[in-house]
Design a binder for this molecule. Structure first.
Ligand SMILES: Nc1ncnc2c1ncn2[C@@H]1O[C@H](COP(=O)(O)OP(=O)(O)OP(=O)(O)O)[C@@H](O)[C@H]1O
Length: 408
């Protein structure tokens, strides 16, 4: 079949495409060296005074700001360096969205450490105890990174969060072998915990700010060198993607979206048999990605019902008034109407305000303070992406799914 063979033999702008996949971990993370330094400072205790304290660090920031990559790079490097000093340290990275219960999380820790745990019929607490005894016997320390921890806090029973965080109140262990890095999009859910739990989390708080366009330029420059043929990507192409996503220029500051745009631009160039990735390819890629709001779709897929009802309210207003930003009060009225139409009890103002904050941090909503208006200052809310039919269908489907599964 010559179509297939000609396609397979066609020249490509890519040299090593895997470098552009979200799970690829580069050897260096430009503009995150200071965060690695802060984490190292926080975890020095593990070397200086092993077993005396269970270290906690919190990494928080918007999506795509390098939280996961930085913590993974830190974990692996720290383990290597400390093992050379004769202290056995393991690093375990848990995604709380995948391992969404304490039980699944505990099993994942055991599996990653390759502990032969007789799983049958043990409670999470008992599995944790078995893990700890195993670590004691082998004199091992573990750093457990809990990624998307805000999801765990928001969906798990408080006593599970309590057990995990105040582990050494539960385990009467002389040597503290387990330390934590909590990774979250924002601190609102953690702040909503009661003080006795919160105080065991909110130590060594490290904020990851969205990337500026010049930072994204450096990051993309690095990826281009590894992923593309020599001189296949024009410098102005990288500059364009960095500028359209740079936080200082109104973008989301999201490195993942920037790298995705770069990859799609390369695929478009290949499809056109162009040996060079031009700004036009990047513009097409950017409009496609932002238009499909693919990142947003990922985010929306995980949201609880009332966050979705709030998004629907803003979508309704955007469609109805051909305007794109609305005062908080107007959004709240529409949200209450959406709830009534679905037989849902609307949440109170403070909760709705929390939803708006979280959706802003996730890059789903944009907010800004209005000038001194008739009724004083208010928060103006808009969607961070265009309302397309398929997006609206998607949100409505997600709402139906949540209402139906709850009614089963
Ligand atoms: N400083 C950096 N240098 C190189 N690549 C980076 C940097 N920061 C982020 N990336 C890349 O951008 C993508 C997103 O990074 P990462 O997954 O760490 O973001 P995140 O903050 O954890 O996002 P989320 O909250 O959505 O999980 C990954 O492919 C990562 O390799």
């Amino acid at each position: 079949m010559d179509i297939i063979s000609s396609e397979l033999n066609a020249p490509s702008v890519f040299r090593e495409k895997a470098v552009l996949s979200p799970d690829y971990l580069p050897k260096r993370l430009l503009h995150r060296e200071d965060k690695i330094r802060e984490l190292t400072t926080a975890f020095k205790e593990v070397i200086n005074d092993p077993g005396n304290t269970s270290v906690r660090a919190v990494i928080w920031g918007r999506t795509g700001t390098g939280k996961t990559a930085t913590v993974k790079l830190f974990g692996r490097s720290f383990k290597e360096v400390v093992n050379k000093k004769g202290i056995k340290v393991e690093y375990v990275h848990i995604n709380c969205h995948r391992q969404r219960t304490l039980y699944l999380l505990t099993l994942e820790v055991a599996n990653t450490l390759k502990l032969p745990i007789p799983v049958r019929g043990l409670s999470s607490q008992e599995v944790f105890k078995v893990i700890h005894d195993y670590l004691d016997r082998r004199n091992i320390y573990v750093i457990v990174a809990l990624d998307e921890f805000d999801y765990f806090v928001n969906t798990s029973p408080q006593e599970d969060v309590y057990f995990l965080v105040r582990l050494y109140d539960e385990l009467s262990a002389a040597v503290k072998r387990i330390s934590y890095i909590f990774i979250a999009r924002d601190l609102s859910y953690i702040n909503s915990l009661d003080k006795s739990v919160k105080d065991h989390i909110l130590r060594n708080i490290i904020e990851f700010k969205p990337y500026s366009s010049s930072e994204l330029y450096d990051i993309l420059r690095d990826r281009v060198t590894e992923a593309f043929q020599e001189n296949a990507v024009m410098d102005e192409t990288i500059r364009y993607i960095a500028d359209v996503n740079g936080f200082d220029k109104g973008g989301s500051g999201n490195a993942r979206l920037s790298i995705e745009t770069l990859e799609l631009a390369g695929e478009i160039a290949d499809r056109e048999r162009s040996p060079i990735v031009t700004v036009e390819h990047a513009k097409l890629a950017n409009s496609k990605l932002n238009q499909e709001a693919s990142i947003i779709l990922d985010e929306i897929g995980d949201l609880e019902l009332h966050n979705l009802l709030l998004i629907k309210a803003v979508m309704n207003l955007t469609k109805r008034y051909k305007d794109d930003e609305f005062p908080m009060g107007r959004v709240e009225e529409e949200y209450q109407q959406v709830c009534r139409d679905l037989g849902e009890e609307p949440r109170r103002h403070t909760q709705v305000y929390e939803y708006v904050r979280r959706l802003r941090l996730m890059g789903v909503l944009n907010t800004r303070q209005s000038g001194k208006g008739l009724r004083g200052r208010t928060t103006l809310i808009s969607l961070a992406f265009p309302v397309t039919q398929d997006l609206e269908d998607y949100v409505n489907k997600q709402i139906r799914v949540r209402i139906n599964t709850r009614e089963e």
